[in-house]
Structure formats: structure tokens, C-alpha cells
Ligand binder design. Structure first.
Ligand code: GAR
Length: 193
């Protein structure tokens, strides 16, 4: 059974989708740890409710790169899933886990990725540009924001009356499916990292 580590900073709906899939046995995996960059994150509270081993590292106190890397190594994590984690993955983490760190991003990368393009900002940019299609991407994490190898994508239609908020809702729904399905394919060896 694969050991997963999930990194979060906010609401935690993608984390919940992965936890649910593990609990139902749909994913042959176990969430060993949830690491939050923010003790007030809803995701952090949700992890506690679900009795998942959780820890918060605050960048004002900890060196996030070294501390997270050490913690994940200690727990012998096979796959690291960023799920709304808003901090950059550092060189230490990449030296140990590169090729095993996945991120989900709310656009069809390579469009609308990069520094400053996260969460609702992505959907604002998509609407402003008049795109007819948007979606979500699961990709490997490297030293550049949103630039690692694309593993899977799923698209949605942008309707004329969509706002950034309605688009965010539509995309989030497919994110949950896409993340679980991609992790499943990796675990089953149908996607090689
Ligand atoms: C998701 O939409 C995710 O794609 C996005 O943050 C949201 C987190 O929601 N991530 C990024 O923008 C990363 N660049 P969640 O906490 O409910 O999973």
C-alpha cells in the first residue's frame, strides 16, 4: 500500500477527495500525514476530524523546505500530493522527492500558470481573456511554478455568464475526480513518473 503525504494551506477539498478514495478502498493507498503551512487552514481542522496524523509548519519559525522534507522522509512517504499548498517547493524537497511530488492546478496548463496565478486569480484571468474552455491539470512539481511534466488534464466549458466564482466551482468539481483518477493510475502503474 502506497503511503501518501498531503500538503495543504487552505480549504482542503482536494485533500478530502483523496482521503475519501483511500477510505473507500478505491485508492490502494493510505494518507500517512497531512502537513499544513497554516494552522488556521480548514484543511488542518478537517484532517484532525478524520484522525489523520497532521502537523503544521510555520515558515516564521521553521525552514519549510528542510522541515517538511525531514518529516516526509521520516514517514517514508511514497507520493507527495500538493492540494492547495501555497508555498514553493524548495531544493531540499526536490533533491529527495522530485518525480514523486504532484500538484493540482485549476487551469489547462501551460496556460494560466506561474507565480501569482493560483486559486481565484486563475479563473479571473481565464474569464478576462474570454476563453471558451478551461479545466484542471495534474502535473509533477519541479523548481519552476506550474512547469513540471503534465500527467493529466480535464476540461470544462466556460459559459458566457460564468464569473470567476462559478467557473471556480465547476473546475473544483472536476479537480476532485481528476486528482483521484490520476493518483489511481500512478499507483496501478498506468502512469509512470
Ligand atoms: C484548488 O482549486 C487548487 O487547484 C488550487 O487551489 C485550490 C485549493 O482548493 N491550487 C492552485 O491554484 C495551485 N497553484 P482545496 O483546498 O479545496 O483543495
Amino acid at each position: 500500500m502506497k503511503k501518501l503525504g498531503i500538503l495543504v494551506s487552505g480549504r482542503g477539498s482536494n485533500m478530502t477527495a483523496i482521503l475519501d478514495a483511500c477510505e473507500k478502498g478505491y485508492l490502494h493507498a493510505r494518507v500517512e500525514v497531512v502537513i499544513s503551512s497554516n494552522s488556521k487552514a480548514k484543511a488542518f481542522a478537517k484532517a484532525e476530524e478524520r484522525k489523520i496524523n497532521r502537523i503544521c509548519f510555520d515558515e516564521r519559525i521553521h525552514n519549510l523546505d528542510a522541515t517538511i522534507c525531514e518529516y516526509l522522509s521520516l514517514h517514508e512517504i511514497d507520493l507527495v500530493l500538493l492540494a492547495g499548498f501555497m508555498k514553493k517547493i524548495g531544493p531540499k524537497m526536490l533533491s529527495v522527492f522530485e518525480g514523486s511530488i504532484l500538484n493540482i492546478h485549476p487551469s489547462l496548463l501551460p496556460k494560466y500558470g506561474g507565480q501569482g496565478l493560483y486559486g481565484i486569480n486563475v479563473h479571473k484571468a481565464v474569464i478576462e481573456a474570454g476563453e471558451k474552455k478551461s479545466g484542471a491539470t495534474v502535473h509533477l512539481v519541479n523548481e519552476h511554478y506550474d512547469k513540471g511534466k503534465i500527467l493529466a488534464q480535464k476540461s470544462v466549458i466556460v459559459d458566457e455568464d460564468d464569473t470567476p466564482e462559478t467557473l471556480a466551482k465547476k473546475v473544483l468539481k472536476i479537480e476532485h475526480v481528476l486528482y483521484v483518477e490520476t493518483v489511481k493510475k500512478i499507483i496501478e502503474g498506468k502512469i509512470t513518473l
